[in-house]
Structures are given as structure tokens and as C-alpha cells.
Design a protein around this ligand. Sequence first.
Ligand code: ADP
Ligand code: MG
Length: 663
Amino acid sequence: MSKVKSSETVKVVVRCRPLNRKEAAGVTGTPGGKGGIVEMDVHRGQVVLRNPRALPSEPQKTFTFDSVYDASSKQRDLYDETVRPLIHSVLDGFNGTIFAYGQTGTGKTYTMQGAWLEPERRGVIPNAFEHVFTQISRSAADRQYLVRASYLEIYREEIRDLLDPNVHAPHVPNVHTQPPHTLELRESPESGVYVRDLTSCVCKSVKEIEELMNVGNQVRSVGATDMNEHSSRSHTLFLITVECSQTGPDGRQHIRVGRLNLVDLAGSERQAKTGVHGERLKEAAKINLSLSALGNVISALADGRSGHVPYRDSKLTRLLQDSLGGNAKTVMVATLGPAPQHYEETLTTLRYANRAKNIKNQPRVNEDPKDALLREFQKEIARLRAQLSHREGRGKHRKEEGCDGEGDEEGEEEVEKERKLQEERLEEEKEAIREDGSLLAVEKQRLLGEKEIMMGDLRKERDTTEQLTAKYKAMESKLLVGGRNIMDHTNEQQKTLEKRRQEIAEQSRREREILQQVMVQDEETLELRETFSSLQQEVEAKTKKLKKLYAKLQSVKAEIQDVNDEHVRGRQELEQTQNDLTRELRFKYLITENFIPPEEKNKIMNRLTYDPEEDQWKFQLLPPSESQMKKRLASAVGYKRPISQYARVALAMGAHSRYRVGE
Ligand code: ADP
Ligand code: MG
């Protein structure tokens, strides 16, 4: 039983945006083209794609998905049905990923982010923020949570930290002109693939995490001259880590860590590469490297037969290694545009989405990982608390000694009051010493000095305690405790409403599943159920079936042809790139062979090594040779360092000879 549970496929949903004004004008011009080329059957989860150039007799292409969202769908529909269950899993300690895939302008960013200021049009990310913190505030009071966020972008195969504090100057706008640092990927058996030195910020509320997102988006837009162009060429990943500690049945604290990747990919369309040379060519080759690698990874995983999955081909695929075929729960939202002129792209998107359905993951809860930050926080808080109570204890002890202790109330206030009292008492004692005529002046001074030192100690102690308390409070406020911390403004009615909506979403999902199953079974069992009363009837039924199968055969044939064409096109493009690169290489050869002296060339060649981790050639540092090591000048006898004639004279003359005042 557990085996069935431990493996699940990537959930794939498709969303089609409405026609925009420009497209609508174009589409109504084409006969029968009302509403574009995409039709959706929301109940069955089916998409039918119409080829605008095909003959009416040609079969239409039909795809089935976990759910489909047509142009009239609301952000909330997608969230409640598809994303909500994933967030719950993350809070339970699973890793989860949602990524939007599709051509530029089909609504990836709209789906992931949407319009933040309009509640109806808020996308997956703002809704997920809200959801995570609300869920924490409603959870049982014995749970402690720590929420962290990171934000990065992959641009031209470089990973950039969008929350890097060195790049961002929060109070001085327009200061962060330099692009963010590029970071490296690392892999460890404990935590899988991760980005080294990626900034991660602890968040206590929705407001704080939204603020982080804004900060990151600013850095992103500063780095890009044309935001639209930039966003269609860069992938962004917002990572939320939720650590939760709870007392287990064994009476010990257990920590579960869930990571949520929210990914907005670059546009999946092919970038035009023709007629570019040199740096531009290399850049063009890199821009969509991640996306084509993603395609290859999806194909390899969906195929199931190929042993090698090319995760290492790009940064994106390495980062998503857990999400595709790994231990995460994954949702892919494929976005489509309904305009006829993008038929090819839409078909490609649907094919990828269709393939991704077959990817199997093995989600598992991350229990008690060694690197849980929450554990460290708890330890540190406990340490600070112990220190504080130790101090409190000491204060109280003194108090009891001093003024015969009145009651044993606890708390900082009490300690603070006590300290004030002690100070006042010292002050009084000092005053008494000053006024005491029987003491000698020296004696008075000594006693006063002693009291002064005692006062100083008292103050120092107070400062340390204050610092400790502040640190303790700051750390404790970062831990979110279930059932409080965050004000839950939602009243019961709203909660019920939310629950209802969830139930409805779940219901319609189940209905769709059943419908899809029925469709499959219908095809298989049609024949079995039929009993024929006459030969004539049998012939009719079989003819009908034959027709159906024939149509199916035709569509499969067309599909094969399409895939072949696509393959050929892809290969031609690759060949073209290869030719261009070879030409570039020959050019470089020509220069090196003819204009660089062979011995220099050899020297350079011998020093170069290839770093596969970073996919770069690197210069080895030269070991300092004998001749290069400058001999240190011998110092004059009796001196540590070599010394000039002038300095020696000056020294001999004693003081500075120059500024000597004449007599
Ligand atoms: P992408 O990120 O895929 O390049 P965008 O999310 O920027 O595309 O969407 C392009 C445009 O289409 C935006 O103006 C967006 O508001 C609009 N849009 C996308 N999806 C929808 C939708 N489902 N409903 C309404 N408008 C949408
Ligand atoms: Mg976008």
C-alpha cells in the first residue's frame, strides 16, 4: 500500500488566456475563428486544438489533463483546486514546486503573480503567502514555525541572488546599479542541489514576505533595460522554506521542513538565432539553453526507458531536479494563447504538458534534517533564556540578602525595580559618606571610589541584561507559534466559506477524474457489453467501431508526422547553431595560429584547465619561479630593515635634522 502512495505523477493543468483586443480584431476576420483556436471542456479536463490551416476533415487534436482553465477562469479557481493542496503538503513537510510554462505573453506571470492590488486577480504567489501564514496561525498551539524566503533569477545561464543585501540599498533608491552577484550550484547528499551563498531571510508575516518580493523585483528591473525583453529571457524562482517543530508521540521534538518553489519561466518560444555572430551568438545559444534542457529532461523522464536524465545540462534543470522525477510534489501550469498565428507554439506547449503528465515523483516528508535552522534558533533561544534566568536569579539572590526579600515575584520588571533600588541605596550611601564628618578625607575618597565601582558594575550588568533581553526577544519573535502570533481576522463565517470552496474544488476534481476514467473504460469495454441480435446489427456496430479506430489511427499518424517534423526542425536549428559555432571557432583558430607565437601559445595552453562544475576554462596560477622571487635587500648591520644613507645620517643626528630649531 505504501508503495502506491509513495509515487505520484506530476500534476499538469492547462490555462488559456482570453484573446486580447488586437488578436480579437484579427480572429473575427477569419471565418469560423470566433474565440480562437483553443476549445476547452472544463468538466472533462480536455483541450481541443484547431489547426487554422487544416482542412475541416482533418481530425482535431485533443489532450486530456488534470484540469483545464479556460479564458473565463478565475485566479481563485486555479488556486483552490490546484495549488491549495500543494501548500498543505508543504506545511506538512513535503517539497513542492509550481512552475508556469508557455510562450511569452500567454499569462505565466499573470498566473504566478497576477495583479497584487486587486484581490480577484492576485496570482498563485500572493495567495500562497497569505495561505501559508493563515494556516500557521490556525494550527495547533504546540507547533513552532520558522519561515524563510529566497529569490533568484537565472539569466543567460547565470544565477543571480535578487535579495543580495550588497546589491540592494533599501533607503537610497537608484543606488543599486551594479548587477547582482552570480552564484554557484552545489550538491550535497543531505540537501540535494542547492545554491551556494543564496540569501535567505526569515519572515514573520505576509507583509514582510511581500516586501521581500518587491525588493527582489526592483533589483530585477534595475538589471534589465527592457523589462519585457528581460522577463521573456529569464527564469525566476521564489523559494519559501517552512520549518515546523512539534512534539511527536515519542515525546521528543521533531522538525519537518517543506520547501516551496514558485517558478516563473522564460517564454518557451524559440529565439531567432539567424544572422548573429560572436558574443551575440553565444548569448543566443545560452538564452534558451535552460528551456531546451528542461524539454529534454521532461522527455527523458516521461519516456521512462532512457536511463540518463540530462539534469546537468542547465542551471534550471539542476535546480528543478527534485521537482522532476525527485522527491517533490509538482504542479505544472501550461499557459496557452488562443490566437491562430501561434498555433505551432501552442501545440508544442500542449505536447510538453502532455509528456510531463507521465513524470513520476516520489514525494516524501523531510523529517529532522541536520541543517534545520529552527533547531538552531530553539537552541539559541534556550541558551539566552537560561542566561537571563541565571541573571534574574542572581538579582533576586542579592535582593534577598540586601533588604530581607519581600515576596518572590518573578519577571524582568521586578529585577529592574530591584536594580533601581540598589542604585538608589548606593547613592544614599555615597551621600552619607560624604556628609560623615568623622571620616578622614582619604578614607572618604576610598569609600566613595568603592561605591562608584559598585555602581559601574551594576550599570554594566543592566546593560548586558538589556542586550540579552533584546536579542532574546528578537529571536523569539521570529518563531511563529501555532494559534497565535499572527492576528487571524477571519471570522467563522469566512472560514466556513473557505471550507465550502475547498470542498467544491475537491468535488469537481473527483468528478473530472471519474469522467476521465469512464471515457477510457468506454472505449475498452464497448465491445464486451454489446450482444448482437442479428448479423446486420453486428456489421453496423463493427463498422462504427472500425470508423472510430480508423479516425484514431489517422490522428496517431498525423501525430507521428508532426513529431517527426518538429524533430527535423529542431535538428536543423541545432545544425545551424553548430555551423555558426564552427565558423566562429575557425576564425579564432586562424588568429591563434597566425598571430600568436607558438611558444606563447604553448605556455597558455599548458596553464589552462577545465572546470566541469562551472563549465569554464580557467587559468592555473603560476607557481612563483626562482628568478621571479626578488631577493630581499640585505639590511645594514644592526638594523632590521635596509636603510637609506639619508636616514642613517638623520638617525645619527638624533632628532629630526630638518626641523631642528637653530640656536
Ligand atoms: P507571460 O508572463 O507568459 O509572458 P503575462 O502574464 O505577462 O505573460 O501576460 C500577458 C498579458 O496577458 C498581460 O497583460 C496579462 O494581464 C494578460 N493575461 C494573461 N492571462 C490572463 C488571464 N487569464 N486573464 C486576463 N488577462 C490575462
Ligand atoms: Mg512573464
